[in-house]
Ligand binder design. Structure first.
Ligand code: ATP
Length: 291
């Protein structure tokens, strides 16, 4: 029996994000092409003498009680597997910026589910872990195996796609975050003028056509009237000036990413943007994990 396991909790980006309707249960109907990238938090699960789940995090302002998705995932795993007496400490080392639209909390929760599965040698398969993940949060199911996928519904209905063509991606987050509920509320008040070509994006991915992918990157949340979108637009245009093939906001922001064919151009862009913006990093697409 293992005493400790470690998992990388990879961030996601939205290559497309569409809102296609509002459901009778109040949730929005989403249609998104999601991509895992190499920026990751590290999750270490340690067995402890005591009972129950506890957590520590290097970011002081992140709650370590049940408000933390990682804690909720571990508790759900224990109750589902009938191991309520177990003592586990979750050590979260965050590298993914918080409130960026990069699913940091969801990635941590998914990594906890994979890690608990190994720690307790529970032998759950991918589908079983994704079903548990869906109970923790909308993006958590995608983060279980990641890679490139089409997500529908609240984001939990997944269809595997071929891996995105290899490239370098500059991710840049301005100093502010954008509240997800607030942006959904604002979206409800407008009529969307444009929707992403999701089928075209899927076809470009299948063909391994990076330019085709970048041409079709689009996020409907950028249409929302909000003065912070001016900063988003500024970062996007700087990325394009530095040679990006395409640039959009991910999720409900505030992070923006630009896709580059070569590492040198991406590094130069990141160096320039990091003079002005708080977080800037060069990442790469990551393929689906096998579970
Ligand atoms: P998404 O892309 O899924 O919309 P996000 O990247 O915008 O998410 P997160 O960084 O996941 O947002 O966190 C948003 C909020 O969730 C924060 O206010 C934070 O307090 C809470 N939270 C709960 N658990 C975690 C966690 N493990 N890591 C980071 N934030 C967490």
């Amino acid at each position: 029996m293992k005493d400790e396991v470690r998992e990388e909790a990879y961030a996601k980006l939205n290559l497309t994000l569409d809102v296609t309707g509002k459901r009778s249960d109040g949730y929005h109907e989403m249609l998104m092409v999601m991509q895992t990238v190499s920026l990751a938090d590290t999750i270490t699960l340690k067995r402890t003498e005591g009972r129950g789940i506890s957590a520590v995090c290097n970011f002081r302002y992140i709650p370590t009680d049940r408000r933390n998705l990682a804690v909720r995932a571990a508790e759900l795993f224990c109750s589902e597997r009938g191991i309520p007496e177990s003592g586990v400490q979750i050590v979260i080392k965050k590298n993914i910026p918080v409130g960026a639209g990069m699913a940091g909390g969801s990635a941590d929760a998914a990594a906890v589910l994979r890690g608990m599965n190994r720690l307790f040698e529970a032998g759950m398969n991918r589908k079983e872990l994704e079903a548990l993940a869906g109970q923790v949060g909308s993006d958590v199911a995608f983060c279980v195996a990641g890679g490139t996928a089409l997500a529908r519904g609240r984001g939990e209905a997944l269809l595997d796609l071929d891996p995105m063509p290899d490239c370098c991606i500059v991710v840049c987050k301005p100093g502010f975050s954008i509240s997800t509920p607030e942006l959904f509320q604002k979206l409800d008040q407008i009529h969307l003028r444009r929707h992403p070509d999701t089928a075209g994006m899927q076809a470009a991915i299948t063909e391994g056509d990076l330019r085709g992918c970048t041409m079709r990157m689009y996020n409907v949340f950028e249409e929302v009237p909000d003065r912070r979108m001016r900063t988003v637009a500024e970062i996007k245009s700087a990325m394009l000036d530095f040679g990006a093939l395409g640039a959009i906001m991910t999720g409900t922001g505030s992070a923006v990413f630009g896709v580059y064919q070569d590492a040198g151009t991406a590094e130069k862009c990141a160096a320039e943007l990091s003079r002005e913006y708080k977080f800037c990093s060069v990442v790469r697409p990551i393929k689906r994990l096998s579970i």
